[in-house]
Design a protein around this ligand. Sequence first.
Ligand code: FPP
Ligand code: MG
Ligand code: MG
Length: 344
Amino acid sequence: EQMAKELLDPLALIKDEVSEISNRLRSMVVAEVPELTLAAGYFFRAGAEGKRTCPTVLLLMASSISMDMADPIVGSKNEIRERYMRLAEITELIHVTSLIHDDVLDDANTRRGMDSLNCVMGKKLAVLAGDFLLSKAFSTAAVSLDNAEVILLLATAVNNLVTGEFMQMRITPIQRCSMDYYLQKSYYKTAALISNSCKAVAVLAGQTAEVATLAYQYGKHLGIAYQLIDDILDFTGTSASLGKGSLSDIHQGIVTAPILFAMEEYPQLRVIVEQGFDDPSNVDAALAYLARSKGIERTRLLAAEHAKLAADAIDALPESKDGSVLISRQALKDLTEKLIKRTK
Ligand code: FPP
Ligand code: MG
Ligand code: MG
């Protein structure tokens, strides 16, 4: 009975692979200089690795689109599984790089409930540690993936991360009031990495363009839903529960969906948002409007819509009767549900 349950639990099925990925990442981030090794390995230490959502999603996606390996060009089943794992490692390296550099840009002191790397080792070393990790990501891609299209997708993801961060940094008052601008920025900053990596899984699998697009859509909507919930939690969560600052967005002058929805209800709020939040009384005023509005509620509904679109992409995959394929697809859908209910 217990055994049967374990076999059916998709997360249990990939547990060993996820911990192998963690181990490989730890051994991969060794640099010539000990201090750089220390910095680069900071978020890969046991207990510092975070939720490891990227590898989990990518391995489940791989299982979700797996098909008969009749074509010898794609390699044996284990060989291809190895390549999915390398891709998951690369994605995690890029993800951690983006967090390290983001904390430098944001002057953040905490990350994953710990001191940020810039806080522990200074921002100069944090910048270099990020650069080092990025080089590891692409050298691994070159050596282990041997697929120019996949490497291009990963480069696109990094390009999008930079663009999203830039869009946030150099925003005009008009752009700050635009929901379209906010959603585009959120896609780049949060969803582009997972969406392009999901697509990369399909490309590595030699799947059709249609399946690749569905994999991409899943990652895209999952990422946007994630960011919308993140933006809610910045208003409703506590620093202790989030492992990072709360109300940090608005204090940094970053306007997110809850405020944008509140602005639709209270047009007076637009003047405040256009002025920006250098003046603390503008923060207080915006928070007061938000509290009276349906901003949080409507953001939650929008997140649920994106979660639904993510699940729809999974449902549109070609029919399969393979038990492990079906379990993995269900797990990806469950993940979207869990994500919109998360409180940290
Ligand atoms: C977090 O946003 C930001 C990101 C995940 C993307 C950061 C991207 C860069 C720094 C561009 C460079 C990236 C690479 C890979 C070279 P946030 O500050 O809103 O969220 P937080 O609350 O997690 O800090
Ligand atoms: Mg930040
Ligand atoms: Mg930031």
